[in-house]
Structure formats: structure tokens, C-alpha cells
Design a protein around this ligand. Sequence first.
Ligand code: TRP
Length: 355
Amino acid sequence: MSTNVSKIVEFQQENRTFAEKLIIFMKTVLSGIRPTGNLHLGNYYGAMVNFLKMQEENKCYFFIADWHSLTTHPDPKMLHVNVKNILSEYLACGLDPEKATIYIQSDIPEIAELYLLLNMQAYLGELEKTVSFKDKARQNPDNVNAGLLTYPVLMATDILVHNADYVPVGKDQEQHLEMTRNYAARFNHRYGVNYFKQPTAFVSDQKLVKIPGLDGSGKMGKSEGNAIYLIDEPKTIEKKVKSALTDNGPEGQNTPKPEYIENLFTLLHVVSTPEVVAYYDNLWNTGETKWYGNLKKQLAEDIIKATTPIRERINDIKNNDAYLHKVTTEGAEKARESARKTLREVREIMGFKAF
Ligand code: TRP
């Protein structure tokens, strides 16, 4: 049965409420994050703000990809702490377990089973050519394990296990999405079905700014060491902003801004009012100098204003084990319901039958 026909059949079932019927036709959005490090302003304004909007209008799955983090053999104690951190940060930002399905990958054993099945659609030659694999293998030649090689298969599984339509990801993940589409198509072709959808990478809205780092160029990133974290204390934020690269000021009226100054303005755009941005823009255009100190003070203040409520919620949630337990068990239950259905159908397509 094609996906649409089966949806109409589901829709017509009398025992469903109207709300349940609407969900059947919603698009499925899915995204995962590896539990390494903390969320920074780039993650928040570049991705999270988007997730918050999407959870209002779509069927969303957001999860912590803890199996994916195993390629680097994390210390068991740290693994748990990192999962807890990211989960608390997700929730503190406003991801809502009532609206989205929020879960931990390793709570869903069906993912491991589908991963095994999809591995048969993945060929060594392509896996070895994956950019992320080649990079990691070059960086750590002593740890080129099979899990690293098949990382894209596990990611494809995450996506296909819920037959997601849209996958919000960073640019660096687009190749993995391409591979996911290949595995889905190969599976469909091999078994003569139209079962898995072709998921689309959703590289975020053009209107959403790319948040720059504070060291002059590039984007804010964990590994770049130029990030302001949501959990940073006001003092830390002040120090980081103060140390951002500047120069002696504009060299005349209405000159173009160099990238590192443009970056400060980009951040200001995100956290300050339009009046504040206009005020400093005007100062730049008059060619005046000696106001960077004030700009930085204002920027730090506004970043602190934006992040303080989030930081406080992160700390509350981290100390609320009962809440975290509830969110993860209920999330796993919802995610498993969808994953079980997929596995039931995939097993049948592949010829696994009970005696
Ligand atoms: N590989 C992604 C990253 O490193 C994380 C991830 C794992 C993911 N599974 C996913 C993202 C599924 C989107 C969909 O950022």
C-alpha cells in the first residue's frame, strides 16, 4: 500500500480524535545531536530557534545520539553526564516533551536492529569515501573502527526508523543525508516496495543568522574554541566578549566593516534591540573611533539578558532527576511505538515470518 493510501485508511478510522487525525498528515521532522560539549549561542540561534518553531507545526523527533558518540570511546561516567547536560539544555531551551518526542537513542533497541538490516544496503567503497570518515580516519589513524565506518548507516537508521520527511542539520551532515536517501531507495528497489521515504535535509532558514565566533572569523563552534555557551556565567560572558578581536576603528566615513567587526554586529542584531544596532551602525558610519568598549559592554549585557533565564532553567532541570526520568521514559515509549511499527513492516517486507 502506498504511504498516502495507508494514511487515508488510518485517517478514516473512527476511533481517532480529530487531533490524532491531523497528526497523520503532518510532516515528520527529526534531528539528533551527539552528547559532546554544551550548547552555545550558535546552536541556539542557528538551530534551536528553528526546532522550537517546528515543534508547533510538525510531528517532531529530537534525540540524543549517544550511540554515535561511542566511536571515540567516551569514559562511561562522562557519557552519562554529557547526555544529562544536553538533555537538560534541550529542555531548558523550550523543546517540549508534550509537543515533540524527545528521547535517547540507546533507549530504542529497534534502532540497533534496523541498523543491522540497513548495513546490508551500504557498500564499503562508498563508506570509505565519506568525507566525515576520511577526516576522522586521518585525525585518529589508530582508531579507525567499524563503528566509525558505518556511522552514516546508523544516522540513516535514526532517520528511516521514523520515516522522517525533513532533517534539520548543518552543512557538514548533508552527505550523510544523501547516503540515507541512497539506502532508502536501494531497500525499496531490492524489495520492490515504496516503503521508505526520501528524507530532505533542511539546512536552516536563510533568515536565521549564522552565528560567528568571537575570534574574528568563521562560525561559532565547540571545536573552534570561540563559543559562548548557554551555561556561561555572566562574568565569563563579559570576559569572552571583551576579548573579541577589534581594531583601531573605522578608517573613514561609510567604509565597509571588516569581518571581525561585522561579526560583532551580527551578534548584536540577534540579542539587542534594532535601536541599539542602529546607534552603533551610525557610529561606524560617522567614522568615529573609541566606542568599541561601549559596544562590547552592551553586547555582553544583552547576551547575559538572553541567556540568564535559560541558564537558570538548565540548572533547575539538571537537579530534577524525577523530571528527567519522566521525560526520557515517556519519550522512549513514544519513539519505540513508531520504531516498532517500522520494524514490524520491514521484517515482513524482508521475509522474516513467525512460525
Ligand atoms: N551526525 C549528526 C551530527 O554529528 C548527529 C546525528 C545522529 C543526527 N543521527 C542523526 C542528525 C539523525 C540528524 C539526524 O551532528
